[in-house]
Design a binder for this molecule. Structure first.
Ligand SMILES: Cc1ncc(COP(=O)(O)O)c(C=O)c1O
Length: 364
């Protein structure tokens, strides 16, 4: 039986492999291994691509979020509104700086509901972290209006949405600081762990650079406690190669999604784009009746799926019983979500198997 893996992290394209090896050899030759020229170039390119002034490469998306919150001096006594559904890093970043995450409910598109954010604002709320779930952007126009009206910072968690857009504005263009993860599972992926943050504010940029490396200023004076969160030059070199290939990767994912939508939309709720929206399909997430039976049926046919995530963030043991916020709708939605394989490495035959199997399940 032709297996359909959810993701394949091997570098199977020989041209890409050659380009990555050459980029790594360049680093081995110049020897500027820590914050080398590839980090500078990646920062310049990501800033330009997201329409921002500055970028700061970090060793993970989690650290980018922590640095962003610390740069904004968010800490104990402060509340930060986050969506109930995200990878746990979003809430943990808030908790790790000593602030309190307050969990907001979702819309049908699995992004945070702006009405829910409005209902959760208190005098202690300092910021909101929208997460562009699965690669589709939140309604940033409405959220920006609300944040302006309430005096809140927006810190975008665009970890899953590099290069997603609405109209001519990209993910990462709205936050006072915006953060991306480039861990190896992402659409724009390193060969390991990596993250980056972007901003337009020169002072915040300076502070983020300092917080990225032990709170040092001018590399010599430690002004506040911080960890080592620097981006590896070797990862930056890989990311520069991958950045050149990114348009093709995203276009293939979008074609795959269009194909699946056309084949299975009569059986399940498929991901859709609103007017002007460009979804980058970090995951192709459907909402399905009899979700668990469907996922077992697909597994029996060697089609690998993922549930992202079986638990909302406030339901994890670390938050359960003490989490604040509202997530009734989110709780209903996550019982229906299923991510199907749709990545750019799948063959037409594999993709057709996914569509056939979903159709057979609901017809039988
Ligand atoms: C929405 C979201 N936020 C934060 C992170 C954390 O990023 P990293 O794994 O690079 O620390 C991830 C990564 O999976 C993510 O998907």
């Amino acid at each position: 039986m032709l297996k359909v893996p959810f993701l394949d992290l091997r570098v199977t394209d020989s041209v890409e492999r050659g380009e990555i090896l050459t980029a790594i050899e360049t680093v081995l030759d110049h020897g500027r291994i820590l914050l080398g020229p590839e980090v500078d170039e990646l920062e310049r390119r990501v800033a330009a691509r997201t329409g921002r002034e500055y970028a700061v490469g970090c060793n993970s998306g989690t650290d980018a979020l922590i640095i962003a919150l610390r740069a904004l001096r968010i800490g104990p006594g402060d509340e930060v509104i986050v969506p109930a559904l995200s990878f746990i890093a979003t809430a943990n970043a808030v908790s790790l700086v000593g602030a309190t995450p307050v969990f907001g409910d979702l819309n049908d598109d699995l992004n945070i509901s702006i009405e829910s954010v409005a209902s959760l604002v208190t005098p202690a709320t300092k910021a909101v972290i929208p997460v562009h779930w699965a690669g589709r952007m939140c309604d940033m126009g409405a959220l920006s209006d609300l944040a302006r009206h309430k005096g809140l910072h927006i810190v975008e968690d665009a970890s899953q949405a590099f290069d997603a857009s609405i109209g001519d504005r990209k993910a990462g263009d709205y936050g006072i600081i915006s953060c991306f993860s480039m861990n190896s599972m992402k659409v724009f992926a390193s060969l390991g762990e990596a993250g980056i943050l972007v901003t337009d504010d020169p002072q915040l940029h300076e502070r983020c650079v300092s917080l990225r490396y032990h709170g040092l200023v001018n590399r010599e004076f430690c002004t506040e406690l911080a960890q080592n969160s620097r981006l590896d030059t070797l990862q930056a070199a890989t990311l520069l190669v991958r950045l050149r290939r990114l348009d093709n990767v995203i276009e293939t994912r979008r074609q795959n999604a269009r194909y699946l939508n056309g084949r299975i939309e009569k059986y399940v709720d498929v991901p859709r784009e609103s007017e002007g929206q460009r979804h980058v399909y970090y995951t192709y997430t459907i909402q399905a009746d009899r979700r668990d039976d469907l996922s077992r049926y697909l597994a029996a046919q060697e089609i690998e799926t993922k549930i992202q995530h079986p638990l909302l963030m406030p339901q994890h043991p670390v938050y359960a019983g003490r989490a604040r916020g509202t997530w009734q709708k989110a709780d209903r939605l996550i019982k229906r979500v299923l991510c199907l394989p749709s990545n750019e490495k799948l063959t037409a035959e594999q993709l057709a198997r996914v569509a056939d199997a979903v159709s057979e399940f609901y017809r039988s």
